[in-house]
Write a protein that binds this ligand. Structure first.
Ligand SMILES: [Zn+2]
Length: 427
């Protein structure tokens, strides 16, 4: 257990990435069968779900068979995360318990047993190492202090040991830390990295020069990516994942898409109840392959992705997915039915002089609130122009309320998101 186990799993994971796609499919199906059997035998929740659907574990042999299993929703997870979804006989005291901050404000607990935690670390380290992390790199990660993990013994000696920075810390404190620490690898929330980049550029700071910048947990729109790349003089690497299943896909240095960690999870893309075709957008449905403490089978994460059958020039066997759009709760729908991806906010708002930071919140189908932090170019006409420009894109039916604020509030996990909708559009 622990460090030795993580290293062994890391070596295995690094070998896996070069397997042929057919070999990876076989490995994935084998892990899937074991997980399905375990979930059926050891959790009340999945035993009931399987029985209600009239299926037995033997019916699920391959990823393709998974479609027979009904989805697990976020609501089901919320209701059962400390009860019927936990495997029998688990010693919760030995487990790592993380809480997700749902948009409803009701936290959901995610439980990892020690071996699942080792496995997840190994999978996570794989992409960092492939993108430049070495045994002695100075590695800093922006995150939510409530999720910071206690260092393991080997990390106390500076091996694969990230220095966590709270996304909630004021920028002055962050700058002071980075100028002292001088990270080689900078990771974590993209919105925090963006704000750091802005501060570095504004102040003409020259001594924070990471060799690699690895973003995670948030949509990386092309404007943000370009900005961060230009300030740090790197090509930023993006990671994709969620609190429930940790990192699930990542970019290699070819930037041809995101390699899916198929030895750790099954990622399905569903469009109108069917598997989405390559290059077609689909809702992401996950099955975890290693967390035996709390199995998640066909879990609807309420996020969107695009499966791809492209082969990456790096020749890794891990398949690719694409991510041109944000989380489904960043999408907004106009009263006339048109759906807008979050990129429109960057496009519309960046054109308007006087807008520093902003956040658009769709409260109702016909009401968007826009929080705006003024910059020097702000005039009395700015608010009017915002309303005008947004209505030009989304239609006059959309009421647009502009509210001036001193700063954009971070969400519960410390991230700053420029677009959030409280209106579900992907049902
Ligand atoms: Zn690649």
């Amino acid at each position: 257990m622990g460090a030795v186990n993580t290293f062994r799993l890391l070596m295995q994971a690094r070998r896996n990435q070069w397997l042929k796609p057919s070999e990876l499919e076989e490995l994935q199906a084998k892990r899937l069968r074991a997980m399905i059997k375990h979930a059926y035998d050891n959790t009340e929740f999945y035993r009931r779900k399987f029985k209600d659907a009239g299926i037995r574990p033997e019916d699920i042999r391959t990823v393709d068979d998974l479609k027979k299993v009904p989805y697990t929703t976020k609501n089901e997870l919320r209701k059962n995360s400390t009860g019927s979804m936990i495997a029998k006989g688990l010693d919760l005291k030995k487990c790592l318990v993380t809480e997700t901050s749902g948009s409803t404000g009701i936290p959901t607990k995610i439980v990892y047993d020690p071996s699942a935690n080792d496995f997840s670390k190994a999978i996570n380290l794989r992409s960092y190492i492939e993108n430049g992390l070495t045994l002695t790199s100075k590695w800093a990660i922006f995150g939510d202090p409530r999720h910071f993990q206690k260092p393991k013994w080997f990390q106390k000696f500076g091996i694969f040991s990230p220095q966590w920075i709270s996304a909630f810390d004021p920028i002055e404190k962050q700058l002071e830390f980075f100028q002292e620490f001088k990270p080689d690898i900078l990771g974590g929330y993209t919105s925090s990295t963006l704000m750091l980049a802005q501060a570095i550029k504004e102040r003409g700071i020259t001594d924070i020069t990471p060799k690699a910048v690895i973003g995670t947990s948030e949509l990386l729109d092309p404007c943000t990516r370009e900005y961060i790349d230009s300030v740090f003089n790197v090509r930023m690497i993006d990671h994709f994942g969620c609190v429930e299943l940790n990192r699930t896909a990542w970019e290699c240095s070819e930037h041809a898409g995101y390699h899916i960690d198929v030895d750790a999870i099954v990622m399905e893309f569903i469009s109108d109840g069917e598997a989405a075709a390559p290059d077609e957008r689909g809702e992401i449905v996950y099955t975890g392959l290693y967390n035996y403490a709390m199995p998640l089978i066909r879990y609807k994460i309420e996020d969107v992705g695009i499966p791809s059958d492209d082969v990456c020039p790096c020749k890794r066997g891990l398949p690719l997915m694409k991510l041109i759009e944000g989380r489904s709760d960043s999408f907004m729908q106009a009263p006339d039915g048109r759906i807008f991806s979050p990129i429109i906010w960057t496009l519309v708002m960046r054109q308007i002089p006087g807008v520093g930071q902003f956040k658009a919140i769709q409260e109702r189908k016909d009401l968007i609130r826009i929080l705006v932090v003024r910059d020097q170019a702000f005039t009395e006409a700015t608010a009017g122009q915002i309303v005008h420009d947004v209505q030009e894109v989304m239609g006059k039916e959309m009421r647009v309320d502009v509210e001036l604020v001193e700063e954009i509030p971070k969400d519960k996990s410390g991230k700053v998101r420029c677009a959030v909708s409280k209106v579900a559009i992907l049902q």
